[in-house]
Design a protein. Structure first.
Length: 255
């Protein structure tokens, strides 16, 4: 697992405060795709439990995993009792049991590509559902986005995470759907986009950026400088495009 994936624990409280949660439509989509009751789920890279709590509200028994103890500690503060937490990276999980659902919320790109889908299949019962969802939170106003890029440029060329398999942004099927379509372990691959627009204050938007791994890799002094420069060019409130790209697939029952 890249060291960048383990950078969030130092800002766990900020992650909980500034990262947007997920809409109930997301859970509706996953459960409708399953087509049968989902009673047990394993979450990969649960973070502070933004997605965990939605599935718990639907009476799904969730085992939430994350390699960072600080993130899991924050999760336990905000998620109702009844969730089991396991401190482990995806690659460290050993399937003592299989689940109806395995899902990752803005976390799958941190997993190692080698053996990713055979490991995933081993965690699912035959016919079980895999779900991955997330997406970039981008400034909707092109002029504001240009101003932020210019303010960021002396410190950071880009704050985005490229597609793990090189899929270009304009392609109809995005990662990880591209990998799932090639996997021998999964079938019935579907991609859905849940459109979402958000409004944040300039200060909260900078708070959001302070939880993004690209900024967390900068030295503390440079973090303070880049955030100061960005806040200076922002209007009082910003509009954000925060669409959620959902990928769903089913473990082949014959394997």
């Amino acid at each position: 697992m890249p060291a960048r994936a383990l950078s969030f624990g130092m800002v766990a409280q900020r992650y909980e405060r500034y990262r947007p949660g997920y809409p109930v439509e997301l859970v509706d989509l996953v459960l409708a795709y399953a087509g049968r009751p989902i009673r047990t789920a394993l979450e990969i890279g649960a973070g502070t439990g933004k997605a965990t709590r939605l599935f718990l509200e639907r009476d799904v028994t969730v085992t939430a995993t994350d390699p960072d103890p600080a993130m899991l500690a924050e999760l336990r503060k905000h998620v109702p009792g009844g969730v089991r937490t396991v401190q482990a990276a995806f690659e460290e999980l050993r399937p003592a049991a299989t689940y109806h659902l395995v899902y990752a919320a803005a976390a799958l790109h941190w997993t190692e590509p080698e053996g990713r889908w055979s490991r995933m299949a081993a965690l699912l019962e035959p016919g079980g559902v895999f779900a991955s969802f997330g997406g970039p939170t981008q400034l909707a106003d092109p002029a504001v986005a240009d101003a932020v890029r210019a303010a960021r440029a002396p410190f950071l060329e880009s704050d985005e995470i490229p597609s793990p398999d090189g899929t270009p942004p304009g392609q109809a099927m995005q990662w990880p759907g591209t990998e799932l379509q090639r996997s021998e372990w999964f079938t019935d691959v579907q991609q859905t986009v849940l459109e979402r627009r958000l409004t944040m204050s300039a200060r909260d938007y900078v708070g959001h950026l302070s939880t993004v791994s690209a900024y967390l890799e900068l030295p503390t002094v440079q973090q303070e400088q880049v955030f100061g420069q960005i806040e200076q060019v922002l209007p009082e409130t910003v509009e954000l495009s925060a669409d959620i790209i959902v990928h769903l697939a089913r473990r082949r029952p014959e394997r």
